[in-house]
Design a binder for this molecule. Structure first.
Ligand code: ACO
Length: 383
């Protein structure tokens, strides 16, 4: 057997092109860096398109006309109702279980009740229908579990509210102000897709065996959970709390970096000079904090950013401002990463569908660094 391919080795697959995609690019215009979904700059989408317009773009390949958007929103609204056995299960999962674990289980359960359960994994139209249903269902599953955690009655989805406002209403029991709705919707747009990040890669690997869309999304949720990926938005909030005072930022960051700790919410495998999503979301954080007359966390975040940039040349990533934004929206830390997942499901599903439309089994090689070839000794001779 040839060993030639095993000679190409990069730990963490850094810089390796593992697939072709038409869904998003982190190269930006003329390779100048920046995030684009199907050719549209993220800055313009955040400004001008809602999360559901963006999800339509990712799943269907183009920004919807008004008629297409109306029909798409109707289908998502219809999918907000989840099967009763899932609600029962969400009530019975032990209290201490992390919402990312209950979300992973929820998607598995939703697969059992999906009307396209029997469809071929490569049925493009069925996969799009499954993806659309998951966008509506995952938001409901997260909101219901959160209400159960808080010991509050469940709130039925409201047809008069859009995706962002309905989710905040179903969690908090209040219709958000327009500023809050827009800020949350922008965060969903920014989280919706990001090329071949770890969770998307996991989803594509899973379905490359001709497994089904729901299995790909379950793999992705398990992968997103880790603190080096989606779990960082929860950890970023803990950094803010631990620093606790703008005047303590210098000493806290110096000590943490001295202990070789990672400052969560900073650094990125691809964006070495700055994550464009962080710049966009920071403006919304500042606006909401200003309107609420509560700028304490903005005042703490600022010197932390300065210190990490000065001492380690690491700019913030999207999880840094999103942690503050979700705090301002009255959301508890443990649903920050599930919110990331409820937005990213559009991107994950688009990648799953793209993979299945042009499938090739993903099966890389490993370089063997263990013992040289040897004979098995009889058990009496081992020791
Ligand atoms: N805090 C402190 N040091 C860091 C950080 C950080 N957040 N990130 C990287 N470094 C340091 C490393 O310790 C290393 O230092 P060294 O050269 O002195 O040993 C150097 O920067 C390079 O680090 P790598 O691990 O090679 O960088 P990589 O590209 O693999 O890291 C990652 C990317 C995992 C995101 C990293 O920056 C990190 O751990 N950040 C914190 C977790 C985080 O915020 N994750 C969210 C990512 S964005 C997202 O998922 C939406």
């Amino acid at each position: 057997m040839s060993t030639a391919t095993a000679d190409i080795y990069r730990p963490g697959l850094e810089g390796i092109i593992a697939c072709e995609t038409a869904i998003s690019s982190v190269e930006g215009r003329q390779g100048a860096g920046g995030l684009e979904y199907r050719g549209y700059p993220i800055e313009e989408l955040a400004e001008s398109a809602t999360y559901l317009e963006t999800a339509h773009l990712l799943l269907h390949g183009h920004l919807p006309t008004q008629a297409e958007l109306d029909a798409f929103e109707d289908r998502i609204r219809a999918a907000r109702a989840v099967p009763e056995p899932l609600i029962e299960l969400l009530r019975n999962v032990p209290r201490h279980v992390h919402p990312m674990d209950t979300l992973r289980t929820s998607v598995s359960v939703l697969a059992h009740y999906d009307p396209d359960l029997a469809a071929s994994p490569t049925d493009h139209a069925a996969n799009v229908r499954k993806a659309e249903r998951l966008i509506g269902q995952m938001a409901t599953a997260i909101a219901y579990r959160e209400r159960i955690e808080r010991g509050l009655p469940l709130l039925a989805p409201r047809d008069d509210l859009d995706h962002a406002a309905n989710f905040l209403y179903m969690v908090n029991g209040e219709v958000p102000s327009e500023t809050k709705r827009k800020a949350f919707d922008v965060s969903l747009v920014l989280y919706a897709e990001h090329e071949l990040n770890a969770s998307t890669f996991a989803a594509r690997v899973t379905v490359s065996t001709l497994s089904d869309l729901h299995s790909g999304i379950v793999s992705a949720i398990g992968t997103l959970k880790g603190p080096l990926h989606g779990g960082a938005n929860e950890e970023a909030w803990k950094v803010l709390e631990q620093v606790g005072d703008p005047d303590k930022a210098h000493a806290w960051i110096t000590a943490a970096l001295g202990r070789k700790e990672r400052i969560m919410g900073f650094g990125h495998r691809v964006y070495k000079t700055g994550d464009p999503r962080a710049r966009i979301l920071k403006r919304y954080c500042q606006q909401i904090a200003h309107e609420a007359g509560e700028d304490r966390w903005e005042r703490i975040a600022e010197p932390i950013e300065r210190e990490v940039t000065a001492q380690k040349h690491l700019p913030p990533n999207v999880d840094w401002p999103s942690a503050r934004l979700y705090h301002y929206l009255g959301l508890q830390i443990h649903i920050y990463t599930p919110i990331f997942a409820m937005a990213r499901v559009a991107g994950w599903a688009a990648h799953v569908i793209e993979q299945l439309d042009h499938n090739r089994l993903m099966r890389p090689r490993a370089r063997y660094i263990g013992q040289p070839s040897r004979d098995v000794e009889p058990i009496e001779a081992r020791g």
